[in-house]
Each structure stands twice: as C-alpha cells, then as structure tokens.
Design a protein around this ligand. Structure first.
Ligand code: UCC
Length: 635
C-alpha cells in the first residue's frame, strides 16, 4: 500500500490531527530511527515525508505548473507600424536610435517604476508633528524619478527644440507613446506642462512667466518644472464658463490674489499652474459667463514655515484609476497670481492648452491599446489551452487581429494630428492644415478614448482570469483607460466642440476635411488590393457630404442630436483614408493592406446610417426621455 493510500484510508477511518495522527506507521518508525542515526537515514526520511506531503515546514504543495507571464519587450522594436511610419516620414537615424534606446529603457527600467507608482499611491499629510498645517503631498520615489527622466529624455522639451523641424511633434509624441503605459501616469503632468508651455509661448509672456517657460521646456532635471491646469470647480468641469466662481483680486503692484475652490486639480504636486478666475472690479463685482473669465499664472510655493502660500489642500481624490497621481481639491486663499490673458479672454487663451492636452490624451489612448495588444500577443505564445497554444486558436487570433486593426487606426489618426501640429508650429501649415488640426483635435480625442476602453477591456479578456488580477498590472490599464474619455472634455462636450468649430469656420474645416480625404484616396486609385477599402471610404465620404449639405436646412437641435455620430463618422472615414494611404507606401507590408481592408468593413458613416433610421428627428428626444425615465406603472 502506498504512503498516500495509507493516509487516505486513515482519514477515511476518522483519522484526526492533520500532521501527526495521520502519519503512516513506517514514517513514525523511520523518524525514531533517524533521530538515533542522524545523518545516515535522513535523506530517506525526507523523501518519504515529502511523498506523504507531511515534511514539516515544507512549502505547500500546489502543483508543479506555473504559467509564464506575458513579457514586456522593447515597445519600439515590437511595433511594426510605428517603425514603418517613422521610416516613411522621418527616417532620421538619430531619432530612430533614440527611440530604440528609450524603448529598451521603458521595458527594463521605467515599467518597474510605473508599478511602484501604482502600488505606492500618493498621500496627503495635513499637519506636521507639532500641529502646523503643511499640506504635503507625499509621492513615491518612483514618481520623482519619472520627473527627472522626463526632463532628461526631453519628453516636453523635444516638442520645443525643433530638432526634427516639422516632425518634432511626431518624434516627441512617439516617445510619449512608448512611455505612457509604463509612466505611472506621469504623462498627465507632462501633458499639462506641455500645454502650459504652449500657452505661455503663444502669448509671448514677460518675466516671471517667461522664466517659467524655460523651466517647463528644459532638459535639466534640477530646473525642470511641471504645470497644473486648474479648471474644474464644483459647479463646472465641462461648463467652465458658468461654473467658475474663483475671483481675482487686483493688487497695487499689478498682480492678483486668487480666492476660490478648485474641485479637480490633477498632478497637484506641480510647481506652477494655469487657472481661470474672474477679475473683481473696485466694488468687488465680476462679469458672469465666458466673457468674465481671464487666464492666470500662479506658482506653487511655500513660506519659511513650510506652508503653501495661498493654498490649502482640502483632500486627495479617491479615484477609479490614475491612482498613481495625486488629484486634489484646493482652496485658493489669496494665491498670488499674474494675469496672462487679456481680461475676459480666459477660455480662448486656455484653448491652446486644451489642444495640446487633448492630443496627449489621444497619444495615451493609442499607447494603452498598443500595450495591451503587445502583451496579449506575447501571452498567446506562452499560454496553452485545449491542447495548443493560444496563438494556434484561430478565434483567439481573430480577436487579437481586430484589436490590432483598432490600434493601427488610432495610431495613424493620432500621428496625423501630431504631424499637423508640427507643421503649424513650424509656420509651414497651409490653411487646409490649420482647419484640419482644429477639426481633428476633438475628433481624435473623443474617438481614441472610446477605442482605448474597448480594446483594453477586450485585451484583459485574452488573459482569462489573470486579466482581472490586480498584481499582474493588467487591470490598472483598464482603470486608467477609463479616464481618457472623461478628462479634457467628455465625448459629448467634444462632439459639441466639433459643431462649434464647424460653425465658427463657416464650414471651412469640413471643406478641408473632404478635400484631404479625397486626395488620400486619389493616391490609392489603381491599387487593386485596396479597391474594396477605397470604395468603402469613398462611399462613406459621399454619404457624409450628403448629410452635411442637408444639415443646414434642419431644425435647431437636429445637429446637436447628430453631433456624436457625426464625430464618429469623421474619425472612421479619416482613419480609413490614412490606413489606405499607409498601405500604398512602397514599403508597406501585406498586413498594412489587410488592416486597411478590415477597418473599412465597419460602418464608416454612422451619422448617415442613423439619419436614415430617423434617430435625430424631432420626435426622438421625447421618446429618448420617456425611455430613460421609464418607471413601473402603479398597480
Ligand atoms: O482639468 C482637467 C483635468 C486635468 C488633467 C489633464 C491631464 C491630461 C492628460 C492626458 C494624458 C494622459 S479636466 C478639465 C476638463 N474640462 C475641459 O476640458 C473643458 C471642457 N469644456 C469645454 O471644452 C467647453 O466647450 C468650453 C469650456 C471650451 C466652452 O466654453 P465657452 O466659454 O462656452 O466657449 P465659447 O464661448 O464657445 O468659446 C470661447 C472662445 C471662442 O473664441 P473666440 O471668442 O475668439 O471666438 C472659441 O472659439 O474659446 C474658443 N474655443 C476654442 N478655441 C473654445 N474651445 C476651443 C477649442 N477647443 N479650440 C480653440
């Protein structure tokens, strides 16, 4: 009888105490013998005890199989589309070798810091041990290393150095794209820092704000500053114009003191901030609405007692994701500030910042998709189910391929907006470029954010239950993706921004859009392998033109209902054209063609599809409302 069956029999017979009472007789015998003959019999004893599963202090037996984890490899080397795109548009050896080296650093060094930021969340210390109010936001050492790294690697600076001329933004954003999923959300302060630098640069500010610009765009870690963007108050994160209560009290030296309450201030450990407030006149009155808002610059500093000057940190936010980064509620209690914009031009002046942060948001969205696809792809080569590796299950690979198509589309859309930004900043943008940049900025932000949530969620599923386990680091990708559609303008707010820019440009942004998409398609005429894709985009573009032409005659409110689907249509058609264009490149791969074909199988013009179903007709809102507020009828 085996040791195991002896044990089982004894248990079945009511054997009690797990270790000693259930020990088989031969073991007890050997044990006494081995005490006497220590050193000679022990190995046998251990084998028997081990076989019985009762070696004292042995590790628990939990089976011999351990799944290999997905491995993060150099994200630059792993990304065929990024490398192809750069080879096509900016084949600069210095840029490529920098990105390759940075990719290595991300995989081997930075990704670990990112995890550290996640598990060592920031905390707020209100008082020092002697009761003085200090309001210290304590962040992890890894978060601080991210700041130094950001300066050294020029993650903001490279957007301003002009090293790669019109491609400088593409280069900078490619680097951020590699960095983002490993950054512990440090991309958030960098987005706002970049946005603040852009605003200050475009306003042409003088001292002390000019000095700040140097700090925001330096590569020297000891000089480097990050900026906040304090826009949201209790009454308004979207409706900034009527929700901003903060007042600016003029001082005799021309500066101001701000009093108000900022409800969401992200990356609150920043060194400075841009914020909105209403200037008080001599009687203490302010102008309501958008025309009462001005843009202010303020430094976050401490007095000799270590107290924040003019700020109290009320509390840190308890968030679904982005936990690596401190987000706080701030009481502004006489914060010294300088007015940056003309009085009443606050929203228009901060718009430059919004453009930059929305582009950063889109880069992070594409990067999150790329990261989950890379990990899922690697895992598919390590995980076996139903007798074969996941990579050999066609349905699994089909799912990953669909994620890849979404990721490629998002990447090309994001990079095209970066290209346009670079052209504008170099002063070589045509009017068409400028119009496209204005139109596509809200479009790329809203569309890629939605894609990111969907693709990352799908990606987690490809790890089975492990995708739901916190310390794999995978759920954090989804939690962090969820913010992308919320901050910097929700999907609906941005859809309305699309309408705003169409109206303000008297439709010129759409003219630019149609003519650019047509020119991209013209480049693909005669490429037979792409013919179905070209036909699909061409057809969708015609539908969109018909919709836009008819829109002018519709009742007020019609376009508001259509805004979201219009924005989606703009995104899908443009992305289709970009995928086709990339697949026409002489060095394009068969996968580039396949991705274009697959993308174009989608409904590229949902606004036309839904219009045909009457979704925007005047009868719809009451029905929508009745459905939303549907209640059980009383018995
Ligand atoms: O603060 C937040 C969290 C920070 C964290 C950021 C991290 C990012 C990290 C990413 C990487 C991971 S979230 C704050 C969220 N809030 C928003 O984003 C604001 C959302 N609301 C809007 O966008 C609204 O549409 C407003 C505030 C812009 C609407 O304000 P108004 O006053 O009603 O707008 P108006 O009157 O239509 O426009 C005022 C002026 C006009 O210029 P003028 O007067 O010259 O005609 C507009 O053309 O502003 C101009 N304007 C714009 N210009 C308005 N929007 C834009 C725009 N997008 N681009 C250019």
């Amino acid at each position: 009888m085996s040791v195991r069956s002896v044990l089982l029999n004894r248990r079945a017979a009511g054997g009690c105490c797990r270790v000693w009472c259930g020990v088989p007789r031969q073991l007890v015998h050997i044990r006494s013998a081995s005490v006497a003959e220590a050193g000679t019999r022990r190995p046998d004893e251990e084998q028997l005890w081990e076989a019985a599963g009762y070696l004292p202090f042995s590790r628990a037996k939990i089976g011999a199989f351990f799944q290999e984890r997905p491995v993060l490899k150099n994200p630059f080397l792993e990304d065929a589309l990024l490398r192809g795109y750069l080879k096509r548009h900016m084949p600069d050896k210095a840029a490529v070798s920098d990105l390759r080296a940075f990719g290595e650093r991300v995989a081997n060094e930075v990704d670990g810091w990112g995890r550290e930021c996640e598990v060592t969340a920031p905390r707020l210390v209100h008082f020092d041990p002697w009761g003085r109010r200090v309001d210290h936001i304590v962040t992890s050492p890894a978060w601080k290393r991210m700041k130094d790294l950001s300066a050294q690697e020029g993650l903001v600076a490279s957007g301003y150095e002009g090293t790669f001329w019109e491609w400088s933004r593409v280069y900078q954003m490619s680097k951020l794209y590699l960095f983002s999923p490993s950054s512990g959300l440090y991309t958030c302060p960098l987005a706002m820092t970049d946005g603040a630098a852009k605003v200050i640069q475009s306003i042409g500010a003088s001292w002390p704000v000019k000095e700040a610009l140097g700090r925001l765009t330096t590569r020297q870690p000891e000089r480097f500053w990050t900026s906040g963007q304090w826009m949201t108050e209790r009454q308004g994160g979207s409706d900034v114009a009527s929700g901003t209560e903060t007042v600016a009290v003029p001082q005799t030296d021309g500066s101001f003191k701000l009093h108000g309450f900022k409800w969401f201030t992200s990356a609150t450990d920043a060194d400075m901030t841009l914020t909105l407030a209403r200037v008080q006149d001599g009687t203490g009155a302010t102008t309501p609405g958008s025309r009462g808002l001005s843009l202010f610059y303020a430094e976050v500093s401490r007095d000799e007692d270590g107290r924040l000057k003019g700020i109290e940190v009320q509390r840190l936010k308890d968030k679904l994701g982005t936990r690596q980064m401190p987000t706080a509620e701030l009481l502004l209690d006489g914060l010294p500030a300088h007015r940056l914009s003309e009085e009443g031009r606050g929203v228009a002046s901060i718009a430059n910042m919004l453009t930059i942060t929305r582009i950063h948001n889109s880069v992070s969205a594409a990067a999150a998709m790329r990261r989950v696809v890379q990990l899922a792809r690697d895992y598919a080569t390590r995980r076996t189910a139903f007798g074969k590796l996941l990579k050999d299950h066609p349905l699994h690979i089909q799912t990953l391929a669909r994620m890849e198509v979404e990721t490629r589309g998002a990447f090309l859309l994001v990079m095209d907006v970066c290209r346009l930004l670079g052209r504008e900043e170099c002063g070589i943008a045509t009017q068409l470029d400028t119009h496209l940049l204005r139109l596509l900025t809200p479009v790329v932000k809203l569309y890629t954010a939605k894609q990111a949530v969907a693709v990352v969620s799908e990606g987690l599923e490809s790890f089975g239950g492990q995708g739901y386990i916190e310390d794999t680091g995978l759920p954090g990708l989804l939690r962090d993706a969820q913010v992308l559609s919320i901050w910097e303008g929700t999907t609906n707010v941005l859809s309305l921004d699309v309408l705003r820019c169409v109206a303000r440009s008297s439709g010129m942004v759409l003219h630019a859009y149609f003519s650019h998409v047509k020119s991209l398609l013209a480049g693909a005429s005669g490429v037979s392998s792409l013919a179905p894709a070209v036909k699909a985009v061409d057809g969708a573009l015609s539908e969109l033109e018909v919709f836009v032409r008819g829109a002018a005659t519709k009742a007020p409110g019609y376009m508001e209902l259509a805004a979201r689907d219009l924005a989606y249509s703009l995104a899908r058609i443009y992305t289709g054209a970009l995928l086709i264009d990339h697949a026409c490149w002489i060095e394009a791969s068969p996968s580039d063609t396949y991705a274009a074909l697959r993308w174009c199988e989608n409904d590229l013009c949902p606004v036309a599809t839904k219009q045909a179903r009457g979704c925007f007709d005047s009868g719809t809102p009451p029905l929508d409302a009745a459905l939303v507020f549907d209640r059980p009828t009383q018995d």
